[in-house]
Design a protein around this ligand. Structure first.
Ligand SMILES: O=P(O)(O)O[C@@H]1[C@@H](OP(=O)(O)O)[C@H](OP(=O)(O)O)[C@H](O)[C@H](OP(=O)(O)O)[C@H]1OP(=O)(O)O
Ligand SMILES: Nc1ncnc2c1ncn2[C@@H]1O[C@H](COP(=O)(O)OP(=O)(O)OP(=O)(O)O)[C@@H](O)[C@H]1O
Length: 340
């Protein structure tokens, strides 16, 4: 096991399940790298095999399940790594097996967006008018001016409106790291151009939608009936489900539909990292006032983890709670439906 000096790693971010740190030292093998550690205590030897297994599954599913769906260019490779960080209380009790990958926020300007659900499902009632994010924010008592349907619209004005709403009230949906002088106006113009030109959001919403054709209202009863068939799925079965989905096969198979729904949940919860400069691999022409500029950027999607199938029950309950609250409080949506 490699023992790394914890003083050379700094905090990058965290979510419910993982903590991410990035390398600040001079070892050229590690410069530009980030380490993602699961937030489970793994100090006792008995838990180590489970940690190792989890990290391996994560790498396998990223490589063989999610990459074939979202595309090679939008994923950043990670390798399983056995580590121990000396002297660092907050992380040295975490999983001993982390994922080492590119530090995607290590550039002159980096923006992280968690865009959430970008479509209105084909079900009767309020869900045809109000998007899941707006209704969920309403339930949480933190209404937001950000509507994901604007961000996914492909329309310059609406994308800009969405970005401005995110910048005003970022919550956990928007984060900007600026290491070189860059005005707010320049950032907004550049991000608007990138997000209307690059296919990433269009690809993401297509996946969300086509993997979730039936909505949780139809998926949950199906799951209740076929639970026993999906309670212990292997990576190979997930790979097969992706192949079936891509080939349009097994459309009447309940197990296939349930697995597709679970995959859609990952794409509704992932984040998009946009970096400008450094390891950027694409080029964009954009206008700032009366000047035309050319900038290199790259986009990667993170948090592509498989969700647990048994959470379908929770997703259904939450869905019903969100819609019931919106109906009872006469929620007036401002969501603008995008053409399919
Ligand atoms: O249900 P949502 O839309 O609130 O999504 C949860 C996220 O909340 P958000 O609304 O983005 O603040 C939530 O995000 P935070 O940890 O609150 O930043 C998680 O991503 C959660 O996924 P998991 O339990 O870690 O697999 C997410 O749960 P899933 O529904 O994706 O399982
Ligand atoms: N490769 C990376 N480079 C730089 N920062 C990263 C990288 N991966 C993740 N991060 C940062 O760490 C944060 C948490 O990572 P991640 O989304 O993987 O955690 P999570 O626990 O799986 O999240 P969630 O609760 O949403 O499921 C991200 O929001 C991002 O800011």
């Amino acid at each position: 096991m490699t023992v790394w000096d914890a003083s050379q790693w700094d905090y990058r971010g965290e979510g419910n399940a993982n903590l991410v740190i990035y390398y600040t030292g001079c070892d050229h093998e590690l410069v530009g790298k980030a380490l993602r550690l699961r937030k489970i205590k793994c100090t006792s030897c008995s838990k180590a095999p489970q940690c190792q297994e989890d990290a391996r599954t994560c790498v396998d599913t990223l490589q063989n399940v999610f990459k074939p769906l979202i595309g090679e260019e939008y994923t950043s490779n990670m390798v399983q790594s056995a580590v121990k960080l000396s002297q660092r209380k907050d992380v040295n009790e975490l999983a001993r097996f982390g994922l080492l990958g590119e530090d995607l926020l290590n550039s002159s300007v980096a923006v992280e967006v968690k865009p959430k659900w970008g479509f209105l499902p084909q079900v009767e009632g309020l869900k045809q008018k109000a998007c899941r994010f707006c209704m969920h924010s309403h339930l949480r008592g933190s209404p937001s001016h950000y509507c994901p349907l604007d961000l996914y619209s492909g329309d310059r004005d609406r994308v800009r409106t969405a970005l401005e709403a995110l910048a005003k009230c970022p919550s956990n949906n928007y984060r900007v790291l600026v290491n070189t002088p860059f005005t707010d106006e320049a950032l907004m113009s550049l991000m608007t151009e990138i997000l209307t030109t690059d296919p990433i959001l269009c690809n993401l919403v297509k996946l969300q939608m086509s993997l979730d054709e039936w909505d949780v209202e139809r998926i949950w009863p199906l799951y209740e009936k076929h639970k026993h068939e999906v309670d212990d799925l292997t990576t190979d079965q997930w790979i097969q489900a992706v192949q079936n989905f891509k080939n349009g096969q097994c459309r009447d198979d309940p197990k296939q539909r349930i697995m597709e729904y679970v995959l859609s949940m990952t794409f509704k919860d992932c984040s998009v990292m946009i970096s400008i400069g450094n390891s950027a691999d694409k080029q964009i022409e954009w206008q700032l006032q009366d000047r035309w500029l050319s900038t290199s950027y790259s986009i990667k999607v993170i948090d592509l983890d498989l969700k647990a199938v048994h959470r379908i029950g929770h997703w259904y309950d939450l869905d019903q709670k969100i819609v019931k609250h919106a109906e009872e409080s006469q929620f007036a949506p401002k969501c603008v439906k995008n053409p399919a």
